[in-house]
Design a protein around this ligand. Structure first.
Ligand code: ZN
Length: 213
């Protein structure tokens, strides 16, 4: 049953409410990331603003684009989907960050209908795929830059955050993407789990190899 079918030729569009929810999620999680990372201890203003900027970049690529990835896959198979923030999840993220750690369940993309099993698989991995592609592209740029300098370090850090989030989302625990995919297609789940694990390990090793050799 498809409740809201979507014309695939229309590309990706966002409702005003969805844009607002994505923006609020980005702002709250950027601040929470900054706090959990200890950004408040950085000298004000330049160092602190720098850490805040990196936090915003990490959250935008790691979380916002992840959610857009789910939405895009849903629209591609012709099912309307919208991101909705979860206020309690955002509040928990904010509060935990004040104690130096981050527990974030900011919201989710709501699928307005049911697709085939294959459609649902595509939508389930849509977010993780964005994180993996970003992490791989950033890692490649890191290598092109020779792994030295502040820009390379920033790129590595954003790649690392994206690969970590992909790995975290692959945990077979509801409501994480890994749980959905495992139920839908176990062999595909294993392939993605290995892929994400290898990518995470390579990114972690890359930094230390180039830093200490
Ligand atoms: Zn996801």
């Amino acid at each position: 049953m498809r409740i809201y079918t979507y014309d695939r030729g229309r590309g990706i569009t966002f409702t005003p409410r969805e844009k607002r929810d994505l923006l609020i999620t980005w702002l709250v999680l950027s601040f929470a990331f900054f706090m959990a990372w200890g950004g408040y201890a950085a000298p004000w203003p330049y160092a602190a603003l720098f850490v805040l900027g990196i936090s915003a970049l990490a959250v935008f690529t790691g979380v916002i684009l992840h959610e857009v990835g789910h939405k895009l896959e849903s629209l591609k198979v012709g099912i309307w989907a919208e991101y909705r923030k979860w206020d309690m999840g955002l509040l928990i993220a904010f509060l935990t960050s004040l104690f130096g750690f981050l527990f974030a369940a900011p919201g989710a993309v709501h699928i307005m209908g049911m697709g085939t099993r294959k459609d649902m698989e595509r939508i389930a991995v849509g977010g993780i795929r964005v994180n993996m592609l970003l992490a791989a592209a950033l890692l490649a740029t890191f290598f092109i830059l020779g792994g030295v300098g502040s820009l390379a370090t920033i790129l590595w850090f954003i790649a690392s955050v994206n690969s970590y989030l992909a790995l975290f989302n692959m945990l077979p625990i509801p409501p994480l993407d890994g749980f959905q995919l495992m139920r839908l297609n176990f062999p595909k789940y294993i392939v993605y789990l290995v892929g994400v694990g290898v990518l995470f390990a390579v990114i972690q090793m890359a930094f230390f190899l180039l830093a200490y050799i």
